[in-house]
Ligand binder design. Sequence first.
Ligand SMILES: *[C@@H]1O[C@H](CO)[C@@H](O)[C@H](O)[C@H]1NC(C)=O
Ligand SMILES: *[C@@H]1O[C@H](CO)[C@@H](O)[C@H](O)[C@H]1NC(C)=O
Ligand SMILES: *[C@@H]1O[C@H](CO)[C@@H](O)[C@H](O)[C@H]1NC(C)=O
Ligand SMILES: *[C@@H]1O[C@H](CO)[C@@H](O)[C@H](O)[C@H]1NC(C)=O
Ligand SMILES: *[C@@H]1O[C@H](CO)[C@@H](O)[C@H](O)[C@H]1NC(C)=O
Length: 338
Amino acid sequence: MMEDMKQKLLIILMVYALFQLKTSEGIEHRMVYVNGINMHVAEEGQGPVVLLIHGFPELWYTWRHQIVSLAAKGFRAVAPDLRGYGDTKPSTAVNNSTYFHIVGDLIALIDNLGVEKVFVVGHDWGAVIAWYLCLFRPDKVKALVNLSVVFQPRNPSRKPIETLRAIYGNDYYIIRFQEPGKMEAEFAQCSTANVLKKLLTYHNPGPFIIPRNTSFSSDGPYHLPSWLSEEDVNYYARKYNQTGFTGALNYYRALDLNWELTAAWTGKKVEIPVKFIVGDLDLTYNSPGTKEFIHGDGFKSYVPFLEEVVVMKGVGHFIHEERADETSAHIYNFIEKF
Ligand SMILES: *[C@@H]1O[C@H](CO)[C@@H](O)[C@H](O)[C@H]1NC(C)=O
Ligand SMILES: *[C@@H]1O[C@H](CO)[C@@H](O)[C@H](O)[C@H]1NC(C)=O
Ligand SMILES: *[C@@H]1O[C@H](CO)[C@@H](O)[C@H](O)[C@H]1NC(C)=O
Ligand SMILES: *[C@@H]1O[C@H](CO)[C@@H](O)[C@H](O)[C@H]1NC(C)=O
Ligand SMILES: *[C@@H]1O[C@H](CO)[C@@H](O)[C@H](O)[C@H]1NC(C)=O
């Protein structure tokens, strides 16, 4: 009898705890069938849709602060795990990881949300995808906010991988990511949490180099900054443990294929209102020619409706986590105008 009561009490407590979790979090999760895959989507809020597109090595989770903040300001924030990442399994092959596949997923997602147009916010790979989303389907985008990765016009005479190799050498991370299975095997020799700690805490303006013949995480232990907790790292680690890194790395392996497939868009401009935000310690901001491109005439000539460029001082690559409130405010101040 006593046991029975105890059990009932326990169940009531558990239901209460779950309810609390749901109401305090407010972020809802669902699976959406898009473009031949089951996509995991996190969302919160009601109002105009803001589509938040993550990069590497991230997940929907990287937008956790912006989701809550935008929802509180009257927007419907929607953050998917891109194909091959997190709960959007399984990993797809290199030839199924092109801009066309990924943008195809997002167009189907926008349709599923039942809206005509969305605001788009991208970071890292998500910024690259955002650019192609705007290029392929400007009719679907109201305005774009890009974090960190600046526009790279397609150069018809230079394939991306050989170009990167010539500039940065063989140990540059994108070059190291190319050979199928190799980086996965190196990551597997370190703990997934350490791999993610190293990648997510990289705060150096120089290019990201992965020397050969040394363990990937041999320069650890890594000290977590105030904006990234052990709990955050564990969320990423759990998901990368389950899904693996192959799907994510395949995006880098598809760079040359993308370059071939996008020949018809050479010189095409992004004709969408844009705001660009970057940290001055971001490795992408410090790559050769980038500052000149952003602050000179180059950027504006390819993105004619570029309205604002924000350079945050003392901030690295994961700007929306490192300066969560400030970044949310920048996004809000831009999209509320439309
Ligand atoms: C590529 O995607 C198509 C559907 O878009 C699927 O039928 C096919 O199995 C995929 N191939 C690989 C190798 O992932
Ligand atoms: C796509 O990649 C898969 C796996 O690597 C391969 O089996 C398939 O033949 C490729 N398909 C095409 C059309 O290249
Ligand atoms: C956003 O990033 C993409 C990817 O590099 C770029 O093509 C696009 O022009 C960017 N927009 C801005 C304003 O940087
Ligand atoms: C790295 O390892 C390879 C294969 O074991 C070896 O041939 C090469 O000399 C090593 N390079 C360095 C710098 O240790
Ligand atoms: C990831 O997997 C490894 C090995 O299976 C395990 O030791 C580790 O605890 C896992 N990490 C997380 C966060 O689940």
